[in-house]
Design a protein around this ligand. Structure first.
Ligand code: NAD
Length: 260
């Protein structure tokens, strides 16, 4: 059902975004990749997806912290792919600090990348989706879009904001054949989390294994990381026809974390 559609996945050079891009490619979806990294590695990734799945794959490294760059990025995607049917707002960063010591620049970067970029991409994507009478927007929020943890004020605020944006836009476009949903993963073992494991091990003077069980997965009842492929499969499901009545919602995929 998704074969021949086109998708923009922000922050898709790594982790969850890359997993979602792969899953879409497997469904025959043409792609615009985005994110940072080594140019040669990214080209290998791009060409590899095309070779493996026979879909068109473009890449643009637009910085999702820069609102003005996002409109141009979205136009490039629409021009190159014949419109944007599916938009996955996934790019995100983390920074951990007590709020009274939180660096202003980090606050702004998190607010821009984890929240405002979704506003800019959605604003650019909606006119084309409305014209086609079909669209899917999937915002990769977090369990931290539903509940808080200390020392992650910017991240928690931005992810709660992304959940609010999801609801509001879903209501606006409900009659236009467009759904808007948020996926709220618990801990997924990606580079974003690998860095936290290393940092926390130093802070707590623990081994990395201890940090994983006693700090990182303390709130996750299954005591297991969520797999990238599980999040990607949920994103694919939300874009399918059987999910056309699911809109304005936030789906936790968090090993029971937010059931507490
Ligand atoms: P990751 O670090 O592996 O990937 C992040 C991606 O975003 C990379 O491709 C990176 O290049 C890109 N990116 C970062 N800053 C960017 C910018 N300014 N402009 C464009 N691209 C940028 O992280 P991940 O764990 O895969 O996280 C992906 C999303 O999932 C994030 O929004 C994150 O908050 C969310 N999330 C992650 C977890 C987890 O446990 N890993 C849990 C819940 C939610």
């Amino acid at each position: 059902m998704l074969k021949g559609k086109s998708a923009v996945v922000t922050g898709s050079t790594s982790g969850i975004g890359l997993g979602i891009a792969r899953a879409f490619a497997g469904q025959g979806v043409n792609l615009m990749l985005n994110g940072f990294g080594d140019a040669a590695e990214i080209e290998k990734l791009r060409a590899g997806l095309t070779a493996e799945f026979g879909v068109k794959v473009l890449y643009d490294g637009a910085d999702m912290s820069k609102g003005e760059a996002i409109a141009a990025f979205m136009k490039k995607a629409a021009d190159g792919l014949g419109g944007v049917d599916i938009l996955v707002n996934n790019a995100g960063i983390q920074f951990v600090s007590p709020v009274d010591e939180f660096p202003e620049a980090k606050w702004e970067a998190i607010a821009n990348i984890n929240l405002s970029s979704s506003f800019h991409t959605i604003k650019a994507a909606l006119p084309g989706m409305k014209q086609k009478g079909w669209g899917r927007i999937v915002n990769i929020a977090s369990a931290h879009g539903l509940v808080a943890s200390p020392f992650k004020s910017a991240y928690v605020a931005a992810k709660h904001g992304q959940v609010g944006l999801t609801k509001s836009v879903a209501l606006e476009v409900a009659e236009a054949g467009i759904t808007v949903n948020a996926i709220c993963p618990g801990y997924v073992r990606t580079p974003l989390v690998e860095n936290q494991i290393a940092d926390q091990a130093k802070v707590h003077k623990m081994s990395q294994e201890q940090v994983i069980r006693e700090v990182i997965l303390a709130a996750q009842p299954t005591k297991k990381f969520v797999e990238v492929e599980e999040v990607a499969a949920l994103a694919v499901y939300l874009c399918g026809d059987m999910a056309k009545s699911i809109t304005g919602t936030s789906i936790a995929i968090d090993g029971g974390w937010t059931a507490r």
